[in-house]
Design a protein around this ligand. Structure first.
Ligand code: APR
Length: 234
């Protein structure tokens, strides 16, 4: 990427790979399982209808685990970039952990929901949540015992798509970090950004499914490559 001088508006997409070095499991590990489960068995509305207790317990464990992990060098570098970048900036994360938030990122959207949030199936209101859901607590807004994890499952519409599409259309640089590029619509953001004239960079441990779509693809640990890249921008 030669012409960084011309960059004013940046959109960054992150995936599970940015939290891997904090000790949060990625979805598509070498064994193809996510903490011992097939993704479809815990991350679909059908799975929740079939066995709500299993799904609630699974996300309760993930939510509890957040209290034991810390933001790493990637989260810190991206929070610094947000704080210091004078142009437009948007960090879109597919991650449901709160590590970007805790690192201090402000211009941040969680497109796949958040572990620390509960969605009420009765009143549709999202409430901040850091306890358990498997025990059927009442919704803070309406009192119904109808809370589910506020996670965007397969087949559901991601959050904030209009804002994300607008930012992609207006960006000069799109950077994808730590995502396998297996899940749409996020996997298609690179094509939207390119079509609108942006430069595109991927940083990932292995080549992702869409590596060939980027102007440049850097392979290695995000904890090393991302702080280096952020440093190079200033
Ligand atoms: N540095 C950089 N990349 C890494 C690192 C690391 N230290 N560790 C792992 N990776 C890469 C892996 O090589 C892999 O390509 O991160 C990627 C993680 O891919 P996935 O596990 O598929 O996670 P993600 O792309 O975020 O998944 C997308 O799938 O199930 C859904 O909704 C869920 O948001 C999730 C979506």
């Amino acid at each position: 990427m030669g012409q960084m001088d011309n960059i004013r508006n940046i959109v960054i997409l992150t995936g599970a790979g940015v939290s891997a070095e904090s000790g949060v499991a990625t979805f598509r590990g070498p064994d193809g399982l996510w903490e011992g489960h097939r993704v479809e068995d815990v991350a679909t509305p059908e799975a929740f209808m079939r066995d709500p207790h299993l799904v609630q317990k699974f996300y309760d464990e993930r939510r509890a685990k957040l209290k034991t992990v810390q933001p790493n060098a990637v989260h810190m570098a991206l929070a610094r970039l947000d704080a210091e970048w004078k142009g437009e900036f948007l960090l879109v994360t597919q991650n449901v952990d709160d590590l970007h938030d805790r690192a201090g990122s402000q211009r941040l959207l969680h497109m796949h929901g958040e572990l620390n949030s509960a969605l009420c199936l009765a009143c549709d209101i999202r409430s901040a949540w850091n306890g358990t859901l498997a025990d059927g607590p009442p919704c803070p807004a309406c009192g119904a015992q109808a809370l589910r994890p506020d996670i965007v499952w397969f087949g559901e519409m991601p959050y904030h798509m209009e804002r994300i599409e607008a930012a992609l259309a207006a960006c000069d640089l799109f950077v994808s970090i730590g995502t396998s590029g297996a899940v749409y619509p996020a996997a298609g953001f690179v094509q939207t950004a390119r079509a609108c004239g942006a430069q595109t960079l991927e940083i990932n441990l292995d080549p992702s499914e869409g590596s060939h779509l980027f102007d440049e693809s850097r392979q290695g640990e995000a904890g090393t490559l991302v702080p280096e890249w952020v440093e190079s921008l200033f």
